[in-house]
Design a protein around this ligand. Structure first.
Ligand SMILES: [Zn+2]
Ligand SMILES: [Zn+2]
Length: 115
């Protein structure tokens, strides 16, 4: 049974990615990354902080990517669910595509070498 978000079944990693920037969910994950709780809003990137990061990064921070700030999410380098703070040092801009890539590679790293 997958958890649902707005009626759509979603995986734990998609929830982590959405939660990274959207500030819409709180979630608690167990040892196998299963989602145990999705609930209230607990964090957002305030507009003033986002403006500082937009000015500093000027767009997606992935080398070779020139996506403008408007296409970018503010990515928590240490995920807020892992205790990462919502501050300028822990946030970097990533376009939607690279934001998805980085969360999927983090998921792969946590899972370890697969079969
Ligand atoms: Zn992120
Ligand atoms: Zn990018």
């Amino acid at each position: 049974m997958l958890p649902e978000l707005n009626g759509m079944p979603v995986g734990a990693e998609a929830i982590r990615r959405l939660a990274c920037d959207a500030g819409v969910v709180r979630m608690v994950t167990g040892p196998d990354s299963e989602v145990l709780d999705i609930g209230r809003t607990t964090r957002t990137v305030p507009a003033a902080l986002r403006r500082v990061i937009d000015r500093r990064d000027g767009g997606c921070t992935t080398p070779g990517c020139d996506a403008p700030t408007a296409w970018c999410d503010a990515h928590h380098i240490v995920h807020w669910a892992d205790g990462g703070p919502t501050n300028v040092d822990n946030l970097r801009l990533l376009c939607r595509r690279h934001h998805t890539v980085i969360h999927e590679s983090e998921a792969a790293a946590r899972a370890g070498p697969g079969p």
